[in-house]
Write a protein that binds this ligand. Structure first.
Ligand SMILES: [Zn+2]
Length: 408
């Protein structure tokens, strides 16, 4: 099947051959995924498209993709493109972090050729491009596509198991660092996409959850549960849905029916809890049972304090996370954090801050510091109680055999 790749804005030394070869691996893996696992079979004949076009715009700073039926429009950072190696002995074929991100984007948008452009919410039976379209199912179409984008890079041998688990760990940390997961379910997040996800503000992290990231963890939990019960996998569920819905509109009831048919039991309790509820997902237990070592590593200071900031010449507070030390101290979005005061009496000293790391340097061993912030031209002094260090998840291969049963 002819696939074409157009790149605009590539720098000198761009390795177009490598991008083509790697993209081909992704396309072959995804056609095999949907239409049959046998190598050399004529599975491509069953694919719903007859040709495909990738359109990539390489820019100084940008990222994103939009799926069409037979093509995709992509944006990446120019420096993330693969480059020709100048030295003959440069045999390091390992993809850089930026290039891995680009391959993940290519994998994601190509997967949409099946999952959302054809298999799609019943509400999108006729795409209405003139109006907002509401559906509760974006956790499935965006979330499950996000689960498979990096997983299929691993299955195509473009990244190794360790790299895959690092990427998965990042997604888990993003969800765990979003207090909005206790406020909004992924089904609600999907339905509210037009008024919340597409209109983000300083309270987004506190009031909403991403149906991309949490949706991908719902896919992970379903996949591992199915595999550990020993009767099926999420791959089989995706193919089953494609067949039962004839590659067209589907509902949540269709997903439940396919799950029950393949697993031999109902999954309505899991879908109610994971998709329509707000409780934590059983990610850790499922990963550990699959041979993944779940470790904790120190998190950064922003996470420890509960702040999201931008740093240029000073610290600009973008968001204050609900339930955090920063919220307790009275920080607000829009504050400029200018300086800190530490110690009392003759020991007291004040320090100008320009980035968040300065806080650790000047606070020393203090447990409470004074934080001087500018808010609407007024200087305020907040009392900030420094909480114990925060941690984040770090995933690694524990039991190679169990992990391979899932990933390979
Ligand atoms: Zn998408």
């Amino acid at each position: 099947m002819p696939h074409r790749f157009v790149v605009a804005g590539a720098p000198p030394g761009f390795d177009g051959k490598r991008l083509l070869a790697d993209t081909q691996k992704i396309c072959e893996a995804e056609i095999r995924f949907w239409h049959g696992a046998k190598a050399g079979s004529k599975s491509a004949n069953k694919a719903p498209h007859r040709n495909y076009l990738f359109m990539l715009n390489a820019v100084d700073d940008g990222y994103g993709g939009l799926e069409h039926r037979n093509s995709t429009a992509l944006i990446c950072k120019r420096k993330d493109l693969p480059r020709l190696q100048p030295q003959a002995n440069a045999t390091d074929k390992k993809a850089s972090e930026g290039y891995t991100t680009l391959l993940g984007l290519i994998s994601h948008e190509y997967f949409h050729t099946w999952n959302v452009k054809r298999l799609r919410p019943a509400e999108f039976t006729r795409f209405d491009y003139a109006n907002e379209n509401h559906t509760e199912l974006l956790w499935f179409f965006e979330g499950f596509t996000s689960y498979y984008d990096d997983l299929l890079l691993q299955r195509s041998a473009l990244i190794d198991q360790g790299t895959y688990l690092t990427l998965l760990g990042k997604t888990i940390n993003q969800v765990l660092q979003t207090p909005g997961r206790e406020i909004q379910s992924v089904a609600q997040a999907s339905f509210d996409a037009w008024v919340k996800y597409y209109r983000q503000d300083e309270n987004t992290a506190n009031a909403t959850i991403s149906y991309y990231t949490k949706g991908s963890l719902v896919a992970l939990c379903l996949d591992l549960t199915l595999r550990q019960e020993g009767k099926s996998s999420l791959d089989a569920v995706m193919r089953g849905l494609w067949q039962c819905c004839h590659g067209g509109p589907m509902t949540e009831a269709d997903l439940l029916a396919v799950l029950e048919g393949l697993a031999g039991r109902s999954f309505s309790k899991e879908i109610a809890r994971w998709v329509h509820g707000k409780a934590e997902l059983p990610v850790q237990a499922l990963l550990e049972r699959q041979g993944v070592a779940v470790q904790q590593e120190p998190s950064d200071l922003a996470q420890r304090l509960g702040l999201r900031v931008s740093e240029s010449t000073s610290i600009q507070v973008k968001s204050v996370l609900r339930g955090s030390a920063a919220e307790q101290a009275g920080f607000a979005a829009g504050d400029e954090w200018l300086a800190l005061e530490v110690g009392a009496g003759k020991q007291a000293s004040s320090w100008r801050l320009s980035k968040l790391d300065d806080v650790a340097l000047y606070a020393g061993a203090a447990s409470i510091i004074g934080a001087l912030v500018a808010r609407d031209k007024r200087i305020l002094k907040l009392s900030l109680k420094l909480p114990p260090p925060a941690t984040r998840w770090c995933l690694a291969v524990g039991d190679k055999k169990l992990v391979s049963q899932w990933l390979d």
